[in-house]
Write a protein that binds this ligand. Structure first.
Ligand SMILES: *Cc1c(COP(=O)(O)O)cnc(C)c1O
Length: 379
């Protein structure tokens, strides 16, 4: 049970909130002229107020300079993706050379697995959690199918609703890791909101000789991350959920610096080529020595402008305060749900672990005995 917090206690917490002013940086949807309480940032983050002018700036550069906007205007487009790097590195807990804003999440998973899932007869397994997000399930199954020795291994848990527990993951690694090529898990499970101990699981799988990647769709911009120090090999995220980048907005990826050398195989494109010689158009691909070398195409400037505006808000937030506030808010919500359940006799099953270290800012609940009409009513 979580503590029930009265309205006056909540008002006191709000008054002491060092991040309170940032709420005004976002447009909240309205219903009958009133701002709604928005609980769906895990699906589509709200629009930062700065996005409109950020887009207008690049539209103006396009109007004014045409293709020359790659080199002129307030933010020349050639290196535009570099403008996002430091902010993403801070959120990922990575070196700037280890992250890049690019592509889409599922596309980035495929391009990373092309480098980091190379199954052999001795190590055929691509290990992942059962009940992963459907796009991940399809992507991973097709990766396993693609390779001669490929074999998908889904780590099943005993909880019928949910993903495996960390202990169940660690047990599977201990039992099957010797046959594992690559482990790929969601950092925060999209359905239950369970946050995995990324450092511990990564270390256990690497000790078995596996490469380890994380899908951070629900983790970037949500929970504290230290990908570099944890030794994570690779990771990818979408940005339209917790990073407020706009629907289908530019995603991102991370690759540990130990893999940046030319000996790592990459599915190549011209934007990953060494910047110094890119426009000499040489016949042979020479990868840039950073995560940027996984880029394929010249980058979507309008999408990146929206993401840049959103990251401006994150840059202003102290990340410890951000995490503390997130946990305080879900504590309040859990306390309220327990209270409502006790008052009304309606059983409310909380699918998200209640321990703070095992959850992000998502609380998944099931109203036992209710159907779709109740869901629609709540929405
Ligand atoms: C949201 C989400 C996706 C969506 O993939 P896109 O390629 O961005 O459409 C994939 N995987 C997970 C775990 C997600 O939460």
């Amino acid at each position: 049970m979580n503590r029930f917090i009265s309205t006056s206690d909540a008002a006191r917490l709000d008054a002491a909130d060092s991040l309170a002013s940032l709420r005004a940086e976002f447009h909240l949807p309205t219903l009958d002229g009133e701002e709604v309480i928005y609980l769906t940032g895990n699906s589509l983050g709200l629009q930062p107020r700065g996005v409109e002018s950020a887009l207008n700036t690049e539209l103006e550069s396009w109007r004014t300079y045409g293709v020359e906007a790659h080199f002129h205007g307030p933010n020349p487009w050639m290196p535009y993706h570099e403008r996002l790097t430091d902010s993403l590195a801070r959120l990922a807990g990575a070196k700037p050379s280890e992250v890049v804003a690019m592509g889409s999440l599922t596309g980035n998973l495929h391009t990373l697995l092309a480098s980091f899932y190379r199954p052999t007869a001795e190590r055929p397994l691509l290990m992942c959690e059962a009940k992963a997000f459907p796009s991940d399930q399809y992507a991973l199954a097709s990766q396993a199918q693609w390779h001669a020795h490929g074999e998908l291994f889904e780590i099943c848990g005993t909880d019928p609703e949910g993903a495996p527990t960390p202990d169940e993951v660690l047990k599977a690694i201990a039992e099957h890791g010797r046959r594992g090529a690559t482990l790929l898990l969601g950092g925060v499970h999209y359905f239950t909101g369970r946050a995995y101990p990324i450092a511990e699981i990564t270390a256990a799988a690497e000790a078995q000789g596996m490469l380890v990647g994380w899908d951070l769709a629900h983790a970037m911009g949500n929970i504290p991350l230290k990908l570099h120090d944890w030794g994570v090999d690779f990771a990818a995220w979408c940005s339209y959920k917790y990073l407020n980048s706009s629907p289908g907005g530019v995603a991102g990826l991370y690759v540990h610096e130990r893999h940046h050398g030319p000996e790592t195989f990459r599915l190549a494109g011209w934007w990953g080529h060494d910047k110094a010689s890119r426009f000499k158009m040489p016949a042979e691909f020479v990868p840039e020595r950073s995560a940027e070398s996984w880029q394929w195409s010249n980058a979507p400037v309008l999408g990146m402008a929206a993401q840049r505006a959103a990251l401006d808000v994150f840059d202003r937030a102290d990340l410890d305060a951000y995490r503390a506030k997130s946990l305080a808010m879900t504590d309040v919500l859990l306390g309220l749900l327990d209270h409502v359940s006790a008052q009304t006799g309606q059983e409310i099953k909380v699918l998200t672990p209640r321990e703070p270290q095992h959850r992000g800012s998502q609380v998944s609940v099931q109203f036992v005995g209710r159907d779709r009409r109740f869901f629609d009513y709540l929405v």
